[in-house]
Ligand binder design. Sequence first.
Ligand code: DAT
Ligand code: MG
Length: 138
Amino acid sequence: MATEETLVLVKPDGVARGLTGAILARIEAKGYALVDIKLVEPSRELLAQHYAEHEGKPFYEPLLEFMMSGPVVAIRVAGNRVIEGFRSLAGTTDPTTAAPGTIRGDFGRDWGVAVQQNLVHGSDSPESAARELGIWFA
Ligand code: DAT
Ligand code: MG
């Protein structure tokens, strides 16, 4: 399998809680390469593109509001099978039940709000990665 790239986002909850360094450390400790990184305050337009697959779902508006609530760290990460590898590091979507040892499982929980505040985003397929990297690193 050729080296691939994925888009990782440290979401506003991760940045606000000072977990960016801990999250980057896990990516680096796993052996992946940080290719590009920046702090972004995403617009609604950018987020609507990024989360187009979720438009119309009950959590869509809360998700966009949450993602606009503070700065986000966008990271281009490279390595063999990094797309599935980072998804594995991140853990499953719901932080309450994400496995201990994962980013979401170790650092996340239910805060009683409409959207799951789960610290990180990782692209879920090569097609998503190419599309999302084009949005965030245009
Ligand atoms: P993931 O981020 O694990 O790829 P996703 O793409 O299905 O998950 O959803 C995008 C984000 O939307 C997710 O990180 C948190 C939020 N979300 C998803 N499903 C949700 C739900 N049932 N209730 C509240 N928030 C949800
Ligand atoms: Mg997703």
